[in-house]
Design a protein around this ligand. Structure first.
Ligand code: 2P0
Length: 335
């Protein structure tokens, strides 16, 4: 055990959405999802195991963190320790000092938990000398935050739906970063934190929305259509299922009790703008996560035009442009 490890991971954006969990333990997704890992934005995490520490400590962007964020770190470290046969003889896990920094604002609408838990798992694997492979790390992180399972891989990534009592479920690579030179333009429509977190949003939707069953039934065929279009690099075929996956996810949430409406006025205005762009022949399609920002996918050649059109929408505060990025990886830790 080296005692110290450092890793970097990027956020990912789902083109076919994960929204909903199977009943029972293990945080298994009820639907398959497909994502694009993004470059340009990153979480960097350093893990140091220290025998003298009484509990795990977490610093996020220089601030000490406790409560649920720190508990989730402990859950992942415990699970990693239990999984590694190389650590089996070390009964007691030493506590860790975890320092994590995002180089993008957490309110940017880009899932910071995805990059956070991917970077944490890779850094902890290094620090502990646990010797786990990427599929194991993806599975372990998926139990804490399902979207983080996808950030272990670059480019286009898929995560199957879980099956009841399944023991392991990792994401896997569908196509590398070089497969398709798309760009993702994020239209930021609010600088605040979202009102209903993803976990709470999907749990409430599953418990109360009359449309949840319809979403779970529809999601696999939308996933299949997105997957086929990605493999064929067929942008025209991608547009319909990507937008429908996002809209169906939001429709099921809007119908929850009380209804979860992630959108604001600018969200709707940006959707209109994407459809107007398309009507005049510009290839672009939108997706929206558990927040009010609109993320627009377009071929590289149209990225500047799409970004300018979104920047001009009333209520859009700024845009962020991202290209396909690599999966989580270890860095040389500082001594
Ligand atoms: C996704 N989201 O596929 C979907 C679309 C948000 C909207 O995965 O409960 O933070 O920790 O497993 O991974 C965000 O959910 O949820 C998410 P948990 P997570 O990207």
């Amino acid at each position: 055990m080296t005692g110290q490890g450092k890793a970097i991971a990027h956020p990912n954006i789902a083109l076919a959405k994960y929204w909903g969990k199977l009943d029972g333990p293990g945080n298994l997704p009820s639907v398959p999802s497909l994502s694009l890992t993004l470059d340009g934005m990153a979480t960097t995490t350093q893990v140091t195991f220290e025998p003298d520490l009484r509990e795990d400590t977490l610093r996020l962007d220089g601030q000490s963190a406790s409560g649920r964020p720190r508990e989730r770190v402990t859950e992942l470290l415990d699970a990693l320790w239990a999984r590694s046969s190389m650590l089996g003889s070390v009964a007691q896990r030493p506590r860790a000092r975890v320092e994590s920094a995002n180089d993008f604002p957490t309110a940017s609408g880009l899932a910071s938990s995805a990059s956070a838990f991917a970077a944490l798992a890779v850094a902890a694997n290094e620090a502990a000398g646990a010797g786990l492979q990427v599929a194991d790390l993806s599975d372990l992180a998926r139990r804490i935050s399902a979207s983080s399972a996808r950030s272990f891989f670059g480019g286009f990534v898929e995560l199957a739906a879980g099956q009841h009592a399944e023991q392991q479920l990792a994401a896997r690579s569908l196509a590398p970063t070089s497969h398709w030179s798309l760009r993702l333009i994020v239209a930021v429509t609010d600088e605040g934190q979202k009102s209903v977190g993803s976990t709470e949003g999907m749990l409430r939707t599953a418990a109360t929305s009359p449309y949840y069953a319809a979403w779970v039934e529809a999601a696999p065929s939308l996933f299949d259509a997105v997957r086929k279009a990605v493999l064929a690099r067929d942008f025209d075929a991608l547009v319909g299922p990507v937008e429908q996956s996002a809209l169906a996810m939001h429709a099921t949430s809007i119908a929850a009790a009380p209804g979860i409406i992630y959108w604001n006025q600018a969200t709707m205005a940006a959707i209109d703008r994407v459809r107007a762009l398309r009507a005049r022949g510009t290839p672009a399609c939108f997706t929206i996560d558990a927040g009010p920002h609109v993320k627009v996918l377009t071929p590289e050649a149209h990225a500047a035009e799409v970004a300018a059109a979104l920047q001009d929408v009333p209520g859009v505060l700024r845009t962020i442009a991202a290209r396909p990025g690599e999966g989580a990886r270890a860095l040389v830790a500082a001594s």
